[in-house]
Design a protein around this ligand. Structure first.
Ligand code: ADP
Ligand code: MG
Length: 363
């Protein structure tokens, strides 16, 4: 397969997907008032498509003739990006389809990928309208970079593709419980965090992961199985109903506050979770916070995440692990589990990274 770096052609044909409900409902006017002019100046011809319901973009990506566009632009939050990626991966020609370059313009309340790309492109940390300007500028420049994706298998055998996060415990609770606060934009996460801190609870479950230094294909019981028909084989995983391979590491503690497996630096505009992450480092950055951490230490941890300095302070309750695959088995199916901020069934779940499976505009 060819080089996954590239440059958009000029002129360029773009499909622009806008979620009119994203964020505080401003996405469409942002497009008309700010983005359109810049695209025209950069000789980017666009077809505008306003989504009218959930999964509209996913269904479109699964069935559309993709050769009519050079790029798919997503003006929304992370939810619409998730739809596009999974729609592309549901196609029979997924291997080619997922190579279609994507461009992310922040227009939601959760703009993690846009903020991460702003960071990888060495722009100063910005939010709101400045983040939009930076991302639109990157689109006009047209540099295409490969991006890792995670394949995520849930207990019912569904397989999803994730560009961002698998989350359980504190952070996914905040994400889901604060959804009705979408109108206040990114502040919903801050409010939600304070609310959850006040009613802090313990989540019980087992975490296991494949250490980075383990040789990748030396596993004698590697099954190379896939669930579903499409997508690359999960060569590092065994089926969820079988124990993890013996060369995996088990986290001893089973009383936890949160588990986060992420592929990007940012989980929100002011929320830097894995400062070392890169767009295609082939790594899942796993953060586990163990129970017993005090409320004040947890609050400090979240405050430090605004700058990404939280891992500089050694805290025995906070584990940071770089890995290529992990499994999480909660003891109870109550509570929320999210993939890229979207709710999935709560139960055993596992993920493995697929290096450079997708492509996005970056600096
Ligand atoms: P936000 O960051 O504000 O949550 P997202 O892009 O994540 O914005 O979108 C939130 C949810 O809205 C996603 O689950 C997405 O699938 C869904 N969605 C997309 N288009 C529409 C629409 N037209 N009406 C309602 N929901 C939509
Ligand atoms: Mg969202």
């Amino acid at each position: 397969d060819g080089c996954r770096y590239g440059l958009l052609p000029q002129p360029c044909r773009a499909l622009v997907l806008v979620n009119p409900q994203g964020g505080s409902g401003q996405a469409l006017s942002i497009f008309h008032n700010q983005v359109k002019k810049m695209l025209m100046e950069a000789d980017i011809q666009y077809t505008l498509l306003v989504t009218d319901k959930q999964n509209h973009a996913r269904d479109l990506m699964r069935t559309a003739e993709l050769s009519q566009w050079d790029i798919v632009v997503i003006l929304s939050g992370d939810g619409l990006i998730f739809e596009v990626i999974n729609g592309l991966m549901e196609r029979a020609d997924w291997r080619d389809a997922i190579q279609k370059p994507l461009a992310i313009l922040p227009g939601g309340s959760g703009n993690a990928l846009a903020s991460s790309i702003n960071n990888y492109s060495r722009f100063p940390p910005v939010t709101g309208n400045n983040l939009l300007l930076n991302c639109t500028f990157l689109l006009c420049k047209g540099l295409i970079s490969p991006m890792d994706l995670m394949s995520v298998t849930t207990v019912s055998g569904h397989r999803l593709f994730s560009f961002l996060s698998v989350s359980w415990g504190f952070v996914s609770d905040v994400d889901i419980e604060s959804e009705r606060l979408r109108l206040i934009g990114g502040a919903r996460f801050t409010l939600g965090t304070l609310w959850r801190l006040a009613s802090l609870r313990v989540y019980r479950g087992k975490v296991a992961y494949l250490p980075l230094e383990a040789k990748i294909d030396s596993s004698p019981n590697s099954q190379q199985f896939t669930t579903g028909t499409n997508g690359p084989k999960d060569t590092l995983l065994v089926p969820l109903d079988q124990p993890v391979p013996s060369h995996w590491t088990l986290v001893e503690e089973e009383e936890l506050v949160l588990v986060l497996g992420v592929c990007q630096t940012h989980l929100g505009e002011d929320f830097i979770c894995a400062p070392a992450a890169l767009l295609s480092d082939g790594i899942i950055h796993l953060i586990v916070v163990k129970a017993g951490i005090s409320r004040s230490a947890l609050l400090s941890l979240f405050l430090a995440m605004e700058k990404g300095t939280h891992l500089q302070v050694q805290n025995p309750h906070v584990l940071y692990i770089q890995t290529r695959a992990f499994r999480l088995v909660p003891h109870s199916t109550k509570g929320y589990m999210t993939v890229d901020g979207e709710r999935v069934e709560c139960g055993p779940i596992q993920a493995q990274v697929h290096h450079q499976l997708g492509r996005v505009i970056s600096g």
